[in-house]
Design a protein around this ligand. Structure first.
Ligand code: NCD
Length: 338
């Protein structure tokens, strides 16, 4: 594929396989290496747009992207919203906290209401696994899963892969530790699939109580200690630890978890000079990641945030803009619209 940002501006972006994601992006499961690489390559073009003084192109003008969030989120929602605006799509937002859901409106009714605003694509976050999939069965709009319970969070995995690839060229042969509450993490699940599909070796690190029951089916190894691994890791990916895990009896205390598995200043000092530190955010400073580790030059946490916008532009463009629909106006649109 020879995608350039200029092509995207003109609406003539050549994508080798525009249907690479299919109609929806519900998970990393089902996407092969070629599909992931296609998205990452396309992301390069959108990252270039993001570096311009006015980072906006008309590629999705006239299309409407709805964020439909039944769970709190700041960065994921802002990231999708920014991506949609940079592509000149209109945006509408639904947030469960401030909606009629509290008055008993059902999920399906809500989706119908959002659809009646003319949304072409729904970005869905919900605490229950499988919800994005269910919604995809009810609507003509494209659906992007922005996190469904403990199941998947595919755009997070794509932005993490993009960040690793940006720093290291490729994931092939990288040894990556995913540390913490793997069992309840949609980020871990999507990343295991994506990292391994792109040729990395993944080791899951945490107490046995925070490992998924069926880890045998995943192409990973498991370790219950972080210290012996530190010097051999190319990247360490910390997961957010939630306090509920104490009341559920899965960890004795936050302090003990931090002592055993947190990326403390001392552990950070033992990482290789070229190791990378990642976290999906929001972090719990002093729990899974110390302030020193987060601020270390090897931390790419802010790169992850910036890359999230570019990756989501690529996803929105693939699902809405590349030959699937009246992608770009017939009238000539040159340069930047604001
Ligand atoms: C993750 C999520 O919500 O799944 N965060 C995010 O998308 N930025 C990780 C988390 O909250 O633990």
């Amino acid at each position: 594929m020879s995608a350039t940002a200029a092509d995207a501006v003109d609406g003539t972006l050549e994508v080798a396989d525009p249907g690479v994601l299919g109609r929806h992006l519900l998970g990393i499961e089902g996407l092969d290496r070629a599909a992931l690489e296609e998205v990452l390559e396309l992301t390069d073009a959108f990252a270039e747009i993001g570096r311009r003084p006015i980072p906006k192109v008309p590629a999705l003008r006239g299309r409407t992207v709805a964020t439909v969030f039944f769970e709190d989120s700041t960065r994921t929602r802002m990231s999708f919203d920014t991506a949609a605006r940079r592509l000149s799509a209109d945006t509408v937002a639904f947030a469960a906290g401030s909606s009629s859901l509290s008055k008993g409106e059902g999920l399906r009714d809500t989706i119908e209401v959002v659809g009646s605003y003319g949304a072409d694509l729904l970005v869905v976050r919900h605490p229950m696994a499988g919800t994005a999939h269910r919604i995809a069965g009810w609507t003509d709009a494209a659906v992007v899963n922005a996190g469904d319970g403990c199941h998947e969070h595919p755009t997070q995995a794509l932005l993490d892969c993009y960040t690793l690839r940006e720093k290291r060229g490729a994931l092939d042969g990288m040894r990556i530790a995913i540390v913490g509450d793997v069992r309840h993490s949609r980020v871990a699940r999507s990343n295991v699939l994506a990292f391994t599909a792109l040729g990395a070796e993944v080791v899951l690190v945490g107490p046995a109580t925070l490992m998924p029951p069926a880890v045998g089916g995943w192409p990973v190894t498991v370790a219950h200690e972080l210290d012996p691994l530190l010097e051999e890791l190319d990247a360490v990916y910390l997961l957010r630890m939630q306090r509920e895990r104490i009341t559920e009896g899965l960890i004795p205390s936050i302090r003990e978890f931090a002592t055993d598995f947190g990326l403390t200043a001392a552990r950070t000092a033992r990482l290789r000079d070229d190791a990378l530190i990642l976290h999906p955010g929001p972090t719990n400073p002093g729990v899974e990641i110390s302030a020193e580790a987060a601020a270390d030059p090897r931390s790419v946490i802010l790169d992850q945030v910036a890359n999230g916008v570019s990756v989501r532009m690529a996803v929105l463009f693939l699902l809405l803009g590349s030959g699937r629909a009246p992608a770009v106006d017939a009238e000539p649109t040159r340069g930047v619209t604001s």
